[in-house]
Design a protein around this ligand. Structure first.
Ligand SMILES: NC(=O)c1ccc[n+]([C@@H]2O[C@H](COP(=O)([O-])OP(=O)(O)OC[C@H]3O[C@@H](n4cnc5c(N)ncnc54)[C@H](O)[C@@H]3O)[C@@H](O)[C@H]2O)c1
Ligand SMILES: [Zn+2]
Length: 332
């Protein structure tokens, strides 16, 4: 299969390219950082790149939480205008298969259960609570402590920041494209991806990169909140394998199917910092109590649908993956 990989020069995209090659497919890298530079917002160059292509694996995006609200227009432009231009060109060229890099951020907070009220949906956390070190969201009905659970694909969406909003809009655009063209779209809603080639820390990077970059400078990883926020850290090679599985599968025409893509093994951010620091042989992490508005407390996915329908399974365990990540370098 000839597959156009947008964002193919990026962290996850370059692993997707390697996985496609290893399985006898023909990846075509399409990225503003590649040579020649190619922007998904350029109708002319997207149209040219689609020649002879059987499927598109759309990884290109502006990622991360960003800085305040100042880059909202750039997120929307790269992620949503970019996706619209790409889908239009696919519709014209008759390319009917899309795999999209989705994200867990579309859910907002994870799943919570109250002992009295069952599954509840706490809203964004108040600044006053965060300032006072009250990080756990409470039951919106009775104020009781909640127990975090696993989010399924049918959970209601609730994007909490600009990036999350643009990732959700990408899915809506892809669903509209699928309906209009009879094409099939899959969104792999990735959890926190880490591994070789992860970009160095910028305001746009993920937490594993912040910690790994600190260790590379011989500094202690700085863990925000109380370190007990839960995430699912999934290895980039497993994410690449999920993309391969989705590209090779015959998925539902005329619709978008979403799959949570996580390791299935929740860990706290504090645990991750400790595992990484120990593997690196660096200073112990410090828990700072700082926070970022727009971060959610706990978010962990149930990836059972991906395992059942696409036969995918995470292969890289947490301890093993963190040991490797401590050893390999980050990308500039
Ligand atoms: N890293 C994670 O933990 C994570 C989690 C959830 C979802 N995702 C999604 O996975 C995808 C890949 O992310 P990543 O972590 O590899 O980030 P990355 O920044 O390493 O890769 C993104 C790539 O897209 C390219 N790009 C950006 N704008 C472009 C444009 N207008 N035209 C062409 N190329 C453009 C960049 O040059 C870069 O190489 C993104 O869609 C992201 O939203 C990542
Ligand atoms: Zn309650």
């Amino acid at each position: 299969m000839r597959v156009l990989v947008t964002g193919g020069a990026g962290f996850i995209g370059s692993h997707v390219v390697a996985a496609l090659r290893a399985h006898g497919h023909e990846p075509v890298v399409y990225d503003v950082r590649a040579e020649p530079a190619a922007d998904v917002r350029s109708p002319h160059s997207v149209r040219n790149a689609l020649t002879g292509v059987d499927a598109v694996c759309h990884q290109a995006a502006m990622v991360g939480l960003g800085v305040g609200f100042s880059d909202a227009a750039e997120y929307v432009s790269r992620n949503d205008l970019g996706t619209a231009v790409l889908l239009t060109a696919m519709a014209d060229a008759g390319v009917r298969r899309l795999v999209l890099a989705g994200s867990m951020v579309v859910y907002g907070e994870g799943r919570y259960d109250c002992p009295r009220h069952g599954t509840v949906r706490p809203g964004p956390r108040a600044v006053a609570d965060l300032d006072a070190g009250r990080f756990e969201p409470l039951c919106p009905e009775c104020g009781a402590e909640l127990s975090p659970g696993l989010v399924g694909e049918d959970a209601p969406v609730d994007p909490r920041n600009v990036y999350a909003t643009t990732k959700l809009a990408q899915e809506h655009l892809a669903a509209a494209w699928a309906r209009a063209t009879g094409g099939s779209a899959v969104s792999l809603r990735y959890h926190n991806v880490y591994g070789p080639g992860m970009p160095r820390d910028t305001p746009y990077a993920g937490v594993a990169s912040f910690f790994r970059s600190a260790l590379a400078r011989d500094e202690a990883p700085r863990v925000f909140e109380d370190g007990r926020q839960r995430r699912d850290f999934v290895h980039v090679r497993d994410v690449a394998a999920a993309n391969l599985a989705a590209l090779e599968a015959s998925s539902r025409p005329g619709a978008l199917t979403a799959y949570n893509t996580g390791s299935g093994e929740p860990h706290t951010v504090g645990e991750m910092a400790r595992a990484l620091a120990a593997a690196y042989g660096g200073p112990e992490p410090v828990v700072t109590g700082e926070y970022r508005l727009g971060d959610v407390r706990h978010i962990t996915a149930d990836s059972a649908r991906l395992r059942a329908e696409l036969g995918w399974k995470a292969q890289v365990g947490f301890a093993e993956g963190m040991r490797e990540f401590a050893r390999v370098g980050l990308r500039n």
